[in-house]
Design a protein around this ligand. Sequence first.
Ligand SMILES: Nc1ncnc2c1ncn2[C@@H]1O[C@H](COP(=O)(O)OP(=O)(O)OP(=O)(O)O)[C@@H](O)[C@H]1O
Ligand SMILES: [Mg+2]
Length: 315
Amino acid sequence: MTCRGLFAGLCTLDLVQSVDRMPAANEKVTALGQTVAAGGPAANAAVTFAHLGGAATLVSAVGAHPLARGVLADLDEHGVRLTDLTPDAAGPPAISTIMVTRGTGDRAVVSVNGSGVRVQPPPGLADLVAAHQVVHLDGHYPGLALAAARLARERGRLTVLDGGSWKPGTAELLPYINVAVVSGDFHPPGARTPREVLARLAAAGVPWTAVTHGSGPVLWRGRGEVRSIPVPRVDVVDTLGAGDVLHGALTFALCRALGEDPGVGPLTGPAPGPGGRGSATETFTEDAFAAALSFAIPIASAACASFGTRAWMRV
Ligand SMILES: Nc1ncnc2c1ncn2[C@@H]1O[C@H](COP(=O)(O)OP(=O)(O)OP(=O)(O)O)[C@@H](O)[C@H]1O
Ligand SMILES: [Mg+2]
């Protein structure tokens, strides 16, 4: 069975440079190395999903500027199909300027994050959702995310949210989410600690949740108590996009688990009733979710051992 994942959200052009240390104001430093690739949580997750053997479709805004060709070439090289929301846009794609400190792997990121771009969900979104088993959302382009999440609910497709931060539209999205894996920077109003965040997500109706924290253990929660999974120790070169890699790998593992579960089948059955979560997660077990996380975590950690967001795939 081929796993099919739809990734809706941000796609940037990442300009990544390795430095000994961050420059101070008005200072110039010489880069030790550089790399260019498509970036953004949705794009990196889609590339990871495809690298693992899945069929990945990305829905994002890229456009027709000459720099967009760098994005398209990278997606193409990694086997990700793109549905471009702004194919005729003349301006440059969203650009992330990133400095990675050699020695620590810490990254400093400047990005426009697509917030200045107004996009409409594409006309064929319902068919796209129907054609994939899992719909992954990074919360960027909130109108697109909500439309995709609603369609996924109608079709009984599994929805996975990458919660990088609490954004406009996140609260509206949560009732449609089956799996939310959020970063340490994701704080629903009033929720500070990871346990509080997990509790808030559960209260919002998300059945399967986790909080990642860099090299720290991943806390997760399904039907029972909060549990934790350790993160492997690696010689860190670059942590850029590690969370995105975790999401691509997790989405792949969840998709595979759905396909292997005879109780779930190909997810082409009738749409669940209003407010229903569909068959997609009702048959998930604690063990299946823990196994999917345990598959994804070491892949994300291994991605930290090389510079840029693609080199780990060639190791
Ligand atoms: N220093 C590290 N050492 C080992 N593994 C790491 C390290 N940093 C990140 N990882 C791996 O990547 C996963 C996600 O990391 P993190 O929590 O930093 O994601 P994030 O905050 O979403 O970041 P981003 O979205 O910018 O990549 C971790 O659970 C772990 O598996
Ligand atoms: Mg992240």
